[in-house]
Design a protein around this ligand. Sequence first.
Ligand SMILES: Nc1ncnc2c1ncn2[C@@H]1O[C@H](COP(=O)(O)OP(=O)(O)OP(=O)(O)O)[C@@H](O)[C@H]1O
Ligand SMILES: [Mg+2]
Length: 239
Amino acid sequence: MADPLLRIEALHSGYGDAAVLHGIDLAIEEGSAVALLGRNGAGKSTLLKTILNAGPRVTGGRITLDGRDMGPLAPDARARAGLMLVPEDRRIFPHITVAENIALGAHAARPGVKPMTMDEIWALFPALVPFAARAGYALSGGQQQMVAVARGVIARPRLLLLDEPVEGLAPVIVDQMAGEIRRLHRDHGLTVLVTEQNLSFARAVTDQVHLIDSGQLVYSGSWHEFDADPTLKARYLAV
Ligand SMILES: Nc1ncnc2c1ncn2[C@@H]1O[C@H](COP(=O)(O)OP(=O)(O)OP(=O)(O)O)[C@@H](O)[C@H]1O
Ligand SMILES: [Mg+2]
């Protein structure tokens, strides 16, 4: 059988002496859109950061992308292998423009892969066009998040990791963001892993659900299967 795009095996990681992830096994197929749900402190961000090698300390297990062991690679090398994280805090630079913030993502392009042009970016994110020359500090939370996603895709990653992309955003912006992510996935074949607490957003943009609790994966299934067992929500998600 072909390798999944990303395979995580028996992954243990944490911070200093504090263990957070306790043996995570997860495979993400190319072209899929997957949600990782769990309550505050469950380990969602730690898993995404561990995939990028951006902070947590790995104490066991393996992460492979297309069968290639990511173990020895630093964060920038993982980005150039095709892994891109849009972090919870978005990291928009306040004193450069929207266009400049987005263009910063292009350095992560894989060898032999041309990053998108700005025209391609504007076609994907038409809502950003009127703000192209605006400074980062002058953006709303929703605009910042869209800039962060645009910066995340400009290098044409193999896998886009989105950490709670709609946290704190107004419902109308959440809907707009769902439309953008869905389009990137359905029309452009982008593989996405999204962590969320917002169930309706996660449902709108993904096909599969994984639940994480206290650093362990406790459930994997389709949304249909997830909905058929209402105890999951009560047990593993803050509702
Ligand atoms: N930099 C850090 N140093 C030490 N412990 C940390 C650090 N970051 C997170 N933790 C701890 O690791 C555990 C998992 O946190 P993590 O941020 O991965 O959870 P999460 O599922 O993303 O939660 P949230 O929904 O609040 O974003 C928590 O107990 C948290 O306190
Ligand atoms: Mg988090």
